[in-house]
Design a binder for this molecule. Structure first.
Ligand code: ADP
Ligand code: MG
Length: 699
């Protein structure tokens, strides 16, 4: 047996269990060993029932004395109860609701390990546990070592379908006892410097902690073995990314010199003085663009921090050197708005800007595409339509992607392919911690705008329940009377834009006729024809529309500085990042702005989101909380194919180790102990980690 042995061939597994393992991506022995416990229990020191005290969480080893469904008046609750006893002859009740399935499982006479919170049952005047975790200890067929499960510290695994923690523990133990000690591929110098245990030792200890260890460390994933395995996983990932970057950087790209003429043009285009952060970031971009290798840079900045103007400055660097620029935006409204903004900035300099979206007629599109192909258009702004096969550029120098979290890696590549290694600038208002960004966006460098334009007042955020919506309206009327403008947003329900559109439509009629008969109310949603959307947005921008009723189509990018009120209806239905984005549509001018979150029924997570928003205006803090609340998988969505499937490490829990790994991977490439050591590491990476992380063409 070795690490690559398929798990189906391990004694006690077989095809049926192998299939269940496969649902978690566990195919080889190596995969099984990477499936580590989520918790540990000290069963060498369990509590006798007589010594239990209400309120404590404890492990008890006891025998089932009686068990069965309890007849309640509400039968639908399906209460299953078991009475346990042990050598101290104390009694403990275990209760499980909706647990008819336990009838055939917890049978009298079985020895069981229970883990849960002890409670005092005032009705029976005895001790009980509600929904304790349990594990049957009576030896089963494939137990060669029953002592594995009790009388020691035991690992608790998350069950995989019908594979219980006990089965996984037994199999893991079997594999570990049959496997020769694994080779250690982590560079020796690094292991010494960081005092990391050898790999074999680490794997063993993570599954079966040595007697007398400090279990707290294990339960926090910070035992020496955990640290070693987590660090190692990050190290190979970061090394792979660093090599990939190095490769990309060595490609021949376009060098755009930052001449005086370019500087002049930028200066004459700027409608205001850039902030220090904007200047610094432009400097980083200009340096990349001047180098003869392609730029891949991510620009992070909170909503309203002024990313667009930086992108426009970068565009001038390419334009003034005779190249074209492409700007990709996720929605038609945002694309149209970019067009409006860029046109005003660039046309005075003689640069011709067009808008290419799906709602253009075929004839219009043909014409625009021809102009782009012939190089008569300098800046092409658009939605996905820009990515179509037949959109060809004469000389694409810079590709800008706004709100890049709405796009996948492939779309970025598609746009890039329209030129010969053009520079790429991607922008996002969903900021994430720097090291994390560098890892997730792998091959991108990161710049951050961490300062808002001057004169901005922090947005005041309020939470109001829907029965008090009249107060919201009267507040809104006051703002309108003072010349300000407002948004009222309705959520997309069940992923269906149609429903949200109907809700918005209905509210629009109600608001425009009954609530604000004297105000100019407009309606905007995704199903409006492109020209109509542009008209509504245009009128809102010009102040002809005072209140804009909308779906989330305005979520990203829309910029109307005179709007000071954002009312979000059914705010409980939105995610944290989305709420922050929507809020970012106001507070863009010098006036005090307000965001009002109207909710109906709140569950706990929703309440937490609303509170976070009321308490904080800081996009970085909010993004980090969102990441924690939702976990990286959901946060980044399936589109972020850049997110590697980590086995042991967790990008949130283990950020400190991620940072260390990144630093050491960089140093290792810069100055390996010997050239052979680097070659060895690259070969190992190629052979073992490429499949998992999709690090194609490494090294
Ligand atoms: P975002 O980063 O969310 O894309 P925008 O680029 O839309 O933000 O900028 C928000 C608003 O702030 C715009 O109206 C923009 O013109 C304005 N703005 C940006 N930078 C400055 C600055 N340095 N001084 C004044 N206003 C600025
Ligand atoms: Mg923007």
């Amino acid at each position: 047996m070795d690490l690559s042995t398929e798990i189906a061939y391990v004694k006690g597994v077989g095809p049926h269990r192998a299939e269940m393992f496969a649902t978690k991506g566990i195919v080889t022995v190596e995969d099984l060993l990477a499936y580590i416990p989520f918790r540990y229990e000290d069963r060498s020191n369990v509590k006798p029932i007589r010594q239990l005290a209400p309120g404590e969480t404890a492990t008890v080893i006891a025998t089932v004395q009686a068990a069965g469904m309890v007849q309640l008046r509400r039968r639908s609750l399906g209460l299953f109860e078991a009475i346990f006893t042990d050598a101290t002859r104390g009694l403990l009740a275990g209760k499980w609701f909706h647990a008819r399935y336990l009838e055939g499982v917890l049978k009298p006479g079985l020895r069981v390990a229970l883990y849960g919170k002890v409670e005092f049952d005032s009705f029976t005047r005895g001790l009980s546990m509600l929904h304790p975790e349990f594990e049957i200890l009576t030896p089963g067929d494939d137990d060669e070592d029953a002592a594995l499960h009790t009388g020691r510290i035991v690992p608790i695994y998350e069950a995989i379908q019908k594979l219980s923690t006990r089965v996984i523990r037994t199999l893991t133990h079997r594999v570990l006892s049959q496997l020769p000690p694994p080779a250690d591929h982590l560079p020796a110098r690094l292991r010494d410097e960081l005092k990391l245990p050898a790999r074999g030792r680490a794997v063993r200890d993570v599954h079966f902690p040595p007697a007398g260890c400090d279990l707290r460390l294990w339960n926090e994933f910070r035992s020496p073995g955990h640290v070693r395995l987590i660090f190692e996983e990050f190290f190979w990932l970061e090394l792979g990314l660093a090599l990939k970057r190095r490769n990309a950087r060595s490609l021949q790209g376009i060098a755009f010199p930052l001449t005086d003429r370019v500087r002049e043009q930028i200066k004459s285009m700027l409608p205001f003085k850039p902030t220090a952060a904007q200047k610094r970031v432009l400097g980083e971009i200009a340096r990349d663009m001047a180098s003869p290798h392609p730029m891949s840079r991510l620009l992070q900045g909170d909503v309203g921090s002024g990313k667009t103007i930086v992108a426009a400055e970068s565009a001038i660097i390419a334009l003034a050197n005779g190249y074209q620029v492409a700007v990709l935006a996720p929605t038609e409204i945002l694309a149209a708005q970019h067009h409006y903004y860029w046109k005003r900035l660039l046309e005075p300099l003689g640069y011709f800007t067009v808008l290419l979206t799906g709602s253009r007629t075929a004839r219009e599109k043909q014409k625009l595409k021809r102009l782009v192909r012939e190089g008569l258009v300098h800046v092409a702004i658009g939605t996905h339509a820009l990515l179509e096969e037949d959109v060809e550029f004469h000389k694409l120098g810079l590709a800008v992607i706004d709100e890049q979290h709405r796009f996948g890696v492939l779309q970025r590549l598609n746009l890039q392919r329209k030129g010969v290694h053009p520079d790429v600038l991607v922008m996002t208002a969903t900021p994430i911690p720097r090291t994390l960004a560098l890892t997730l966006y792998g091959d991108l460098d990161v710049s951050v705008i961490d300062e808002l334009p001057p004169g901005r007042k922090p947005i005041q955020t309020r939470h109001v329940t829907s029965d008090r919506v009249e107060q919201v309206y009267s507040f809104l009327r006051g703002e309108i009377d003072r010349g300000r403008q407002a948004y009222i947003v309705y959520p997309v329900i069940d992923e269906s834009e149609t429903q949200a559109m109907k809700a918005a439509q209905k509210m629009y009629e109600h608001l425009s006729r009954e609530v604000f008969p004297d105000a100019a109310v407009g309606l905007l949603h995704g199903r409006l024809p492109g020209a109509e959307k542009e008209r509504v947005m245009g009128e809102f921008k010009e102040g002809k529309i005072q209140i804009l009723v909308s779906t989330t189509v305005i979520e990203v990018g829309v910029d109307v500085p005179n709007a000071t009120v954002m009312v979000i209806e059914q705010a409980e239905r939105f995610g944290l990042a989305q709420l922050h984005q929507l809020r970012g549509r106001v507070g863009r001018g010098g006036e005090q702005s307000y965001c009002i979150l109207v909710t109906e029924k709140l569950n706990d997570p929703a309440r937490e989101r609303i509170r976070a928003l009321v308490d904080s205006n800081d996009g970085f803090a909010i993004a980090e909380m969102d990441l924690k609340l939702r976990g990286p998988g959901e946060f980044f969505g399936t589109k972020q194919s850049g997110l590697p499937a980590l086995q042991i490490a967790n990008v949130i829990r283990d950020q400190d180790l991620l940072e260390a790994a990144r630093r050491h991977a960089g140093q290792f490439i810069e100055s390996p102990a010997s050239p052979e050591e680097l070659t060895r590491a690259v070969e190992y990476l190629r052979a073992h980690w490429q499949r998992r992380y999709g690090l194609v063409q490494v090294g």
